[in-house]
Design a protein around this ligand. Structure first.
Ligand code: SF4
Ligand code: SF4
Length: 454
């Protein structure tokens, strides 16, 4: 009998009173104890940053600066000429040393700016403004001007998400504080340390959308955050708007958009459709904090709270980093690598990407960097599908990952569309539970490249 990786039910969970999505999911070990209790720590700025020009979905920014040009913290350094995107700002005062390419977590290289940091420069001041004095379209423009993208996921431009199509009226805002990926605690710390700003960001989004109902979903393994956020939400709720905290069961992938929407509202987003199709807009709690900073202080998004964890790093931490900080500078600051390091992952162990170079810089969407030792990863080889059906049970989208894998191995990736390959959001639940260790997410990625989108 193979070992069941579907995980054991969490006995302390009162599943009657907690919300969750109805189908599939897994219970990977949480491994959050390394960093959950560590306050956000500001890492000193290194001598040089590597700012990738493509921080968001869509085409990369075009530089608006020249080599050797001196720039101030918060200055515009890149803009999108055409199509989807947001402006890019300098995280520091300094000088453009090069306009070239950088190592990149998903591509081999990507266009970038190398910025030499002026450590003597005075920090930039961002005076507070009364956001209530702006109307919805002015607030939306400020979100765009601040270069805000979804910081917890694929980097979709936030001002586009906050301007849903006219035919899809929205009546509910959801903030995602589930943070269901193992190891990662950056949103948890943001909720504990910046609850008022997150709830303030929710108020700004409600005004932009012209609606008054917001729910913030938090998994039940973050009771301290639920308490702090409930107090902040009660204070911010007025006769005009309602902000409520919803406690979610600990179940992966509770934080994915479609699963969160179904858990909290009961609405099911149709295949290939956006959340606005069922009247919902979803934002991450850390994106709400970035919106608050961008609107109230006019501060562009150029810093990021990142969890650094795993047995392969000397000192785990939740760090506030300048976007563009290279992994090697983080490693140096935290006292170096530990013996037995086997894999470095940007993001969580379920949806993150393994990286092969310490020269890679963090982006606006980096939530974690994991330094995993041999005993923290499973390196055993995969075998043939034994048709146990566990992957079908685990898939929250009701897809058939086993068939996708079998077709890809048979060089028939182009025939996988009927098994739902384009509805797969690569959560990794199927691969996690598979007793044959089959690389089902990699099979899906291959299939997406070859199959024809309907
Ligand atoms: S098929 Fe895709 S959506 Fe379904 S469990 Fe696997 S990775 Fe997740
Ligand atoms: S792919 Fe893995 S989990 Fe799915 S049926 Fe085959 S052996 Fe079982």
């Amino acid at each position: 009998m193979p070992v069941c990786r579907r995980g054991t039910p969490i006995e302390s969970q009162d599943t009657e009173s907690m919300l969750t999505f109805p189908k599939g999911g897994a219970h990977p070990p949480e491994f959050k104890e390394q960093t959950a209790g560590l306050s956000i720590e500001v890492m000193p700025v290194p001598d040089e940053l590597e700012l990738i020009l493509g921080q968001h979905i869509g085409a990369p920014c075009t530089p608006t600066v020249a080599r050797k040009e001196e720039i101030n913290e918060g200055a515009l350094v890149g803009e999108v000429k055409r199509g989807l995107g947001v402006p890019l700002h300098s995280p520091v005062t300094g000088k453009i040393k090069a306009i070239g390419t950088s190592a990149h977590p998903m591509r081999v290289t990507a266009p970038s700016l190398t910025i030499g940091v002026d450590h003597e420069a005075d920090p930039v001041q961002y005076p507070e403004q009364d956001w209530q004095s702006f109307d919805g379209s002015e607030l939306l423009q400020k979100v765009n001007d601040a270069g805000i993208i979804g910081v917890g996921g694929a980097g979709f431009p936030t001002h586009v998400k906050l301007n849903p199509p006219a035919g899809s009226p929205v009546d509910i805002l959801l903030l995602n504080g589930a943070e269901c990926e193992p190891y990662i605690t950056s949103d948890h710390r943001q909720m504990l340390e910046h609850a008022a700003e997150i709830v303030g960001g929710a108020g700004i989004i409600l005004k932009i959308l012209g609606i008054n109902e917001c729910y913030i979903g938090i998994e039940s393994n973050k009771q301290d955050a639920i308490k702090v956020m409930t107090a902040a939400a009660e204070q911010a709720s007025t006769g005009d708007c309602s902000i409520k905290i919803e406690t979610l069961q600990v179940k992966y992938p509770q934080g994915s958009e479609k699963q969160l929407i179904q858990a909290i509202t009961g609405r099911k987003v149709p295949a290939m459709a956006l959340p606005s199709a069922v009247g919902v807009v979803v934002q991450n709690v850390s994106t709400a904090k970035a919106i608050y900073d961008g609107v109230v202080y006019g501060k562009p998004l150029y810093e990021k709270v990142v969890t650094i964890a795993g047995k392969g790093i000397n000192k785990p931490a939740n760090l506030l980093l300048k976007v563009g900080t290279r992994i090697k500078d983080i490693v140096d600051y935290l006292g170096g690598l530990e013996p037995g390091l086997s894999k470095i992952i940007m993001g969580g162990p379920m949806m993150g990407f393994a990286v092969s170079s310490l020269d890679i810089p963090i982006t606006k969407t980096t939530s974690a960097i994991l330094f995993l030792t041999e005993d923290e990863i499973d390196t055993s080889p995969h075998s043939q599908c034994i048709r146990c059906g566990w992957c079908l049970e685990a898939c929250p989208m009701g897809l058939e990952p086993k068939e996708i894998g079998i077709y890809v191995e048979a060089n028939r990736a182009e025939d996988t569309e009927p098994f739902g390959v384009f509805d797969c959001f690569e959560c990794g639940s199927c691969a996690y539970v598979c007793p044959a260790k089959r690389p089902l997410v990699q099979f899906v990625r291959l299939a997406k490249m070859k199959a024809k989108r309907p």
